[in-house]
Design a binder for this molecule. Structure first.
Ligand SMILES: Cc1cc2nc3c(=O)[nH]c(=O)nc-3n(C[C@H](O)[C@H](O)[C@H](O)COP(=O)(O)OP(=O)(O)OC[C@H]3O[C@@H](n4cnc5c(N)ncnc54)[C@H](O)[C@@H]3O)c2cc1C
Length: 356
């Protein structure tokens, strides 16, 4: 019987496990560095776990690679969870568990865990390539015929910080992890508005060139700005030199209407006070982005194992029998279920590749 070691009991590793278990022909070992599995799944979507999006398109990811496009489009998230007896629900294009509780998703992913050897508090440090693979961990050595690296990224630190340490000495090209889907530090900062949420259009410019526009909630913080649409725009920052945001907090209001109602007619009194004091036009607020918040505040990371290092089975080209899935790969997506969708899709894809 082949021994398959899955490193990481998160979304992608557990998806891979469930697909492998459909054939009763593998000895499966899962090594997990934390005491509890699937911590990011639990934290996802503010505890509601937005598992996917009905509007699935490669444009929502950082790579426009046709192979990744095929992988995300072919994966049927509804059927995947049906097989795990979890009913889903839809809010517009967003896909959630019917219970609206991320715990249901974790429980569904873990329901077959007693069919494998699950070892927690076991951090993988390195891999040695002898006849089979030897995995060196904080908790002993393990032999594997095949390895699945499903260790995620250091975003939010909920999945540890040594996600790809085991590959560092293996001559595999790793794109450094940097924060994505993260809050931004700005100049000016509206500290007095900390915690205030408003809706509007946020446009991202770089050296006066329009990069991207988002509509939605914006939250003022004591370091800068947060909110889904600001986090979405943060995905572009890595490649920009001089980014700035322009906020329009009353995009559907005519100037005459604004004059008639005054700021008081539209905003919380704290906002009115600050905007009046600083003579701010709510339909055009220019804010410079000076930095992103650090990785431990991010929901997702850019970076990971370069796609150039894997073949279409998501197997390392340099190491036959070692596969990579989920956020450990250099694939990241927008808010809205795209990251979990990729984690599940790539985990299942790796399992199918192994079964082939
Ligand atoms: C606050 C928050 C909210 C989010 N909300 C959403 C959302 O609503 N929708 C969405 O699509 N995405 C969301 N995401 C992103 C999504 O959770 C991740 O992209 C997804 O969980 C990645 O799955 P993964 O299997 O690649 O990694 P993970 O789920 O992070 O799993 C990796 C596992 O590997 C373990 N591990 C790491 N290193 C080692 C090691 N060296 N040895 C052994 N084990 C190791 C970790 O402890 C972890 O259990 C959110 C993320 C955060 C932080």
């Amino acid at each position: 019987m082949e021994t398959i070691v899955i490193i990481g009991a998160g979304a992608s590793g557990l998806a891979c496990m469930n697909e492998l278990l459909k054939e009763n022909k593998y000895n499966i070992i899962i090594l997990e560095q934390a005491k509890k599995a699937a911590r990011k799944v639990l934290a996802s979507g503010n505890g509601r776990c937005n598992v996917s999006n009905l509007n699935m398109d490669i444009m929502y990811y950082n790579h426009q690679d046709s192979f990744i496009e095929k992988l995300i489009k072919e994966f049927d998230v509804i059927d995947f969870f049906k097989q795990l007896s979890l009913k889903l629900r839809f809010e517009k294009n967003l896909v959630y568990p019917y219970s609206l509780s991320s715990l249901s998703v974790k429980n569904a992913l873990m329901k077959n865990i007693d069919q494998v050897s699950y070892i927690d508090e076991c951090e993988v440090l390195s891999i040695k390539n002898n006849k089979s693979y030897e995995i060196i961990t904080t908790n002993g050595h393990y032999q594997a015929d095949k390895i699945v690296i499903a260790t995620g990224s250091p975003a939010s630190h909920l999945s540890g910080q040594n996600n790809l340490k085991m590959l560092e000495k293996m001559n595999v090209s790793l794109i450094p992890f940097t924060p994505s889907l993260v809050q931004v530090k700005t100049k000016p900062v509206f500290k007095a508005l900390k915690g205030q949420r408003v809706k509007g259009i946020v446009t991202l410019y770089d050296q006066n060139q329009l990069i991207e526009k988002q509509t939605g909630e914006i939250m003022f913080t004591d370091y800068g700005l947060s909110g889904i649409c600001v986090m979405q725009l943060s995905r572009y920052l890595k490649r920009l030199k001089n980014p700035k945001l322009v906020l329009n907090l009353l995009p559907d209001i005519e100037k005459e209407e604004l004059q008639h109602y005054g700021l008081e007619g539209f905003f919380h009194e704290k906002i009115v006070h600050v905007f009046k004091e600083k003579n701010i036009d709510p339909q055009h607020i220019e804010i410079k982005i000076v930095d992103t918040m650090p990785i431990e505040k991010a929901q997702v990371c850019h970076g990971g194992v370069s796609l150039k290092e894997v073949d279409e089975n998501l197997q390392l080209k340099k190491y036959s029998g070692i596969y990579v899935c989920g956020e450990a790969l250099d694939v990241d997506g927008d808010c809205g279920g795209y990251n979990l969708h990729f984690a599940f899709a790539s985990g299942v894809h790796v399992a199918k590749s192994i079964k082939k």
